[in-house]
Design a protein around this ligand. Structure first.
Ligand code: SF4
Length: 626
């Protein structure tokens, strides 16, 4: 056992910053990281046992307790729930004979719930020992358990050989489908693999490349929208022994799966974008941070990088450009939504808990291992290639005045054609719904749980009484406007997640509660606001839904929503958004619940009620009953 651990440690040169990889390898070998392994790791890396344990405890896919031979991680995000999560879960539990969070007595099967695994267009889905199982039904869940019990191997459990495109590649071989529904300038076929590295780079200087990206007005596609050219320019000017390009492929926002498709089908474009960013900023270290949920792509993506090395598209003097040295490695995450935040991601890459750093300094000044670090989103890097090839002017001919180019949308929920849509910025929600074949729509969540819950109710069809009930003067948009709101940085900014809910959905009970559970689960726990308020707010919401709320409860929620915005990172700052956004755009639902409470006795006098008990124990009133 000790030799095995030592050989893993040697593989990573006993480097503490590679603790994530060391733990991932040990998990793969033993199924968990036991006390003995922890002590060997701590001693060899010259760090404390506590440091090893704090990293293990942070990530969903690490465990200090033994796991089963077959571990089933069933996704519990909202899109899964809309399509039968509850029934699938029950089928797993009944057939396995154990409940979620536990192993079967013989240690054969472990059942766990997990946050979004990026399969919202084909859920309910689960990861079983790194293999993805999509479109689960109770029948399929029962069959999987019975096949496991019958001694079948993991590969024999699949009910569909493989999906489309590169999903069928022998190194990937997964039942996942790309579901690309609409292509535009980024996803079109008009792309010659690595053409810009091979033929264009030698004709332009790094400064010219940065200028082109600046002129294109490309903004970060992860959601924050920071100007990419500016980020590259800052990065290129920072002093440092090394510079680092990180491609952030840790999309964990429920409803988002565009990076999955980009990395499956357009990985050459993404890697080419990383090389361009490296050329522009004179970076020599490249890392693709790949979320653990996409581990099934790892071997395939590594094979693409190997091919690039063979073609001299990575390595030394890339494509004959003297002194241009750059390589890319893939760093796997281990399951933590907050690692999508760039400084948390860097902490994770250094083998630590993925807790966001205080800023400044920003990663571009002091990032991975204190080197200047440029973190770009998958879609941003791919877009940079198209801009470098076709020019800023060409790119500026798409989109709107303040939001140029196109955007990849991950569309899921109640619609006929969930999948990836590449649309020009400025496309309205109405158009998206039409393309996706959505009918009877009640609401659309734009930008995942941290985004906006848009009410698409058509006011033209409302009676005057309904309208009066629904209308709130302050900040309330009209439904007609809502339906025509445009995806853009000035109206509805989005990282790309669009979840559709039809009129049969219970917005508060099903949707908002699910989103709050997500934030509660994913808080890193560092700030008291983010650690506590989502729980308290969820309890308050439950109280309202269950008919025990009063109007003051709605005000409390709004006030607490202001406090939580003081949290350190975007996760905490937006954790109350599901409630705040639904109060803003679905206030009538809250009002209905509050007004439905008819048995509330607002004359109830608590001091009077407890006075017999107080006299019995001899306690004096401390309440000034005026
Ligand atoms: Fe962690 Fe939440 Fe604070 Fe972010 S806001 S640092 S996720 S506790």
């Amino acid at each position: 056992m000790k030799e095995k651990i030592e050989s893993i440690l040697n593989k990573y040169n006993n480097d503490p910053s590679r603790l994530m990889d060391i733990l991932l390898d040990i998990m793969e070998n033993s199924g968990y990281v036991d006390e003995f392994s922890i002590s060997v790791i701590a001693e060899s890396l010259n760090i404390s046992v506590a440091q090893v344990k704090e990293t293990i405890s942070f990530y969903h896919f690490f465990s200090e307790k033994p796991r089963a031979k077959y571990n089933i991680f069933l996704n519990n995000s909202i899109t899964s729930c809309l399509r039968g999560f509850k029934e699938v879960k029950e089928a797993f539990e009944t057939e396995a004979g154990t409940s979620f969070g536990n192993l079967t007595e013989d240690g054969l099967i472990g059942l766990y719930e997990t946050s979004c695994i990026g399969m919202n267009d084909q859920g309910p889905a689960a990861i079983i020992n790194d293999k993805i199982f999509t479109n689960l039904t109770p029948y399929r869940a029962r069959k999987i358990i019975n096949d496991i019990k019958a001694g079948k191997k993991l590969e024999e459990l699949v009910y569909e050989n493989h999906g489309d495109g590169n999903n069928a590649h022998p190194l990937m071989n997964t039942m996942v489908y790309n579901h690309i529904r609409k292509k535009s300038i980024l996803l079109d076929e008009n792309y010659e693999k690595f053409d810009v590295i091979k033929n264009e780079l030698k004709n332009i200087s790094p400064q010219e490349l940065i200028q082109t990206i600046e002129d294109s007005n490309l903004r970060g596609r992860g959601g924050a929208g920071f100007p990419t050219g500016l980020k590259w320019k800052f990065g290129s000017r920072m002093p440092g022994e090394h510079r680092v390009i990180i491609c952030n492929a840790d999309e964990g926002e429920p409803g988002t799966f565009k990076d999955r498709v980009m990395l499956t089908q357009f990985n050459d474009l993404v890697f080419e974008g990383m090389v361009l960013a490296a050329y522009a900023t004179k970076a020599d270290i490249g890392v693709l941070y790949l979320r653990y949920e996409y581990k099934y792509m790892l071997n395939y993506l590594n094979s693409v990088l190997d091919d690039m090395r063979k073609e001299n598209l990575l390595g030394e003097d890339i494509s004959g450009i003297e002194g241009f040295k750059f390589d890319i490695r893939i760093q796997l995450g281990a399951g933590a939504y907050v690692c999508g935040e760039e400084s948390a991601l860097i902490e994770s890459m250094e083998g630590k808990r993925g807790e966001p750093r205080d800023k400044p300094p920003f990663p571009v000044e002091k990032g991975y291992m204190d080197y200047p670090t440029i973190v770009n989103n998958v879609e941003t890097l791919a877009s940079a290639v198209k801009i470098a090839k076709n020019g800023a002017k060409w790119y500026n001919s798409f989109g709107t005045k303040d939001s140029l180019g196109t955007k990849l949308l991950s569309v899921s929920g109640d619609c006929r054609f969930p999948g990836i849509y590449e649309v020009e910025w400025g496309t309205s929600i109405r158009e998206v719904l039409e393309m996706a074949g959505a009918h009877n729509v009640q609401a659309v969540q734009v930008g995942g749980p941290s985004g906006t819950l848009v009410n698409v109710k058509d006011i033209d069809n409302l009676s005057k009484t309904e309208l009066m009930k629904w209308y709130k003067p302050s900040g309330m948009m009209t439904a007609q406007t809502a339906f025509d709101r445009k995806l853009s940085y000035s109206d509805l900014p989005t990282g790309g997640s669009i979840i559709i809910f039809n009129k049969d959905r219970d917005i508060l009970r099903e949707v908002v509660m699910n989103f709050m559970d997500f934030f509660i689960e994913e808080s890193c726990g560092s700030c008291s606001t983010c650690r506590n308020l989502p729980r308290i707010m969820k309890e308050k919401l439950e109280k309202i839904i269950n008919g025990h709320g009063v109007r003051d409860d709605i005000d409390d929620l709004l006030n607490w929503g202001k406090i939580i915005k003081l949290s350190r990172c975007g996760l905490g700052q937006t954790a109350a958004n599901p409630i705040l956004s639904s109060i803003l755009n679905f206030r009538h639902l809250y009002e209905d619940h509050v007004m439905a409470m008819t048995d509330y006795d607002n004359q109830f006098d608590i001091v009077k009620s407890v006075s017999p008990a107080n006299s019995f124990v001899g306690r004096k009133f401390i309440h000034n009953h005026s």
